[in-house]
Design a protein around this ligand. Structure first.
Ligand code: PLP
Length: 370
């Protein structure tokens, strides 16, 4: 079976982890790899500060909490995303407010944000879905016009650029995941990046149970233990040495897929706007009526032929866990619903060979013709 994704781990990762084990520096307190990884990754994003966390989910939670957002506040987000985005907002007691996707980039429709801003809005949380950046300039304009913060969910977009600027380096705060299937990985892990020293201090504090600086074991706020371990950071440091190659490889795979699948009727290729460079976290396509079979039929036919795929996310407006909280009453997201019904992703990883991509494309061509 050609896997839909596969971590790309080298010898350096192994020797750095062994180094942690031999020196006993294994926790999330101290350990030189944590600082090193934070420095390397934040400067890669063009940011002054990096705060490692246990996951992308906790990076998002930490970012929103560090802004002081909570009960009674609203955070504007797109429906089509990993539900970690919505859950992180809910953890703080704040309310997620949805702005539907737009059909071209599959990201939040920036022309529909303004109408969702209320007196309770505190932040806009755009998600760079499948590695393609959002159109950030209009988002930044609306945010500054209403005094809102911008928190980027860049969990799928390490190295993607918007008008030459790295994703996660554009808004007030960027949040990343280093889960095993992300662009670079630490197994589990995440990071908050920012240029704002107050936000960085607050995030560091909350990450570490908010121990008082004056007196240890005294707490003036309720903190979290979201510390990444030195073991994970060691993997991250090793991955950073290869991030440019990994991104280049993913872009090359997407170009290969595009050149073949462009010829197949009924397939919509993944977007790439002139102002964007996508990192194709997943090579994602939409299946149209002209294809001759629907998305689910195509997925099972591919599976029978040894090719693993995944459906798109199920949008927030369809999630029972969120609907039960009486969120999104009467909110329709027809674009996200349609993308979710027709979208799937094909095998995408920097370890995938050109031959494997050819095999996937041959198989899809064959199925389209049958
Ligand atoms: C993966 C992902 C997350 C969550 O990251 P974890 O490390 O799995 O907690 C959040 N948002 C998006 C868009 C993601 O793809």
């Amino acid at each position: 079976m050609i896997p839909v994704s596969e971590p790309d781990i080298g010898e350096e990762e192994i020797s750095y982890v062994v180094d942690c084990l031999r020196t006993g520096m294994i926790s999330g307190s101290g350990g030189e790899y944590i600082q090193k990884f934070e420095d390397m990754f934040s400067s890669y994003c063009g940011r002054r500060f990096g705060i490692t966390t246990t996951s992308g989910t906790t990076a998002l939670h930490l970012a929103i909490a560090a802004l002081g957002i909570g009960k009674g506040d609203e955070v504007i987000m797109p429906p089509l995303t990993n539900m970690a985005t919505a859950f992180a907002i809910v953890y703080t007691g704040a309310t997620p407010v949805l702005v539907d996707s737009e059909p071209e980039t599959w990201n939040m429709d920036v022309t529909k944000i303004e109408e969702k801003v209320t007196g309770r809005s505190r932040a806009i949380l755009p998600v760079h879905i499948y590695g393609h950046p959002c159109d950030m300039d209009p988002i930044l304009d609306i945010a500054s016009g209403h005094g809102l913060s911008v928190v980027e969910d860049a969990a799928e977009a390490h190295g993607a650029t918007y008008k030459g600027i790295k994703a996660g380096g554009i808004g007030d705060i960027g949040c990343f995941s280093f889960y095993a299937n992300k662009i670079i990985t630490t197994g589990e892990g995440g990071m908050v990046v920012t240029d704002d020293s107050d936000v960085a201090d607050r995030a560091r504090d909350l990450r570490n149970l908010a121990y008082s600086k004056e007196r240890r074991f005294l707490h003036e706020s309720v903190g979290f233990n979201y510390r990444m371990t030195n073991l994970q950071a060691a993997i991250g440091v090793a991955q950073m040495a290869r991030i440019d190659d990994v991104v280049a490889r993913r872009r090359r795979l997407a170009a290969l897929y595009n050149s073949r699948l462009r010829e197949v009727g009924g397939i919509v290729l993944p977007p790439e706007k002139p102002w964007a460079e996508s990192v194709y976290w997943m090579y994602a396509i939409l299946i149209g009526d002209e294809f001759g079979m629907n998305r689910d039929e195509l997925m099972s036919a591919l599976r029978e032929r040894g090719i693993d795929t995944r459906t798109f996310f199920i949008p927030a407006n369809q999630q029972p866990a969120l609907r039960e909280m009486a969120l999104f009453a009467g909110e329709e997201c027809p674009v996200a619903d349609d993308l979710s019904r027709r979208g799937l992703y094909l095998p995408t990883s920097s370890k995938l060979t050109d031959e494997q991509v050819s095999f996937v494309c041959d198989t899809i061509e064959e199925l389209a013709a049958s």
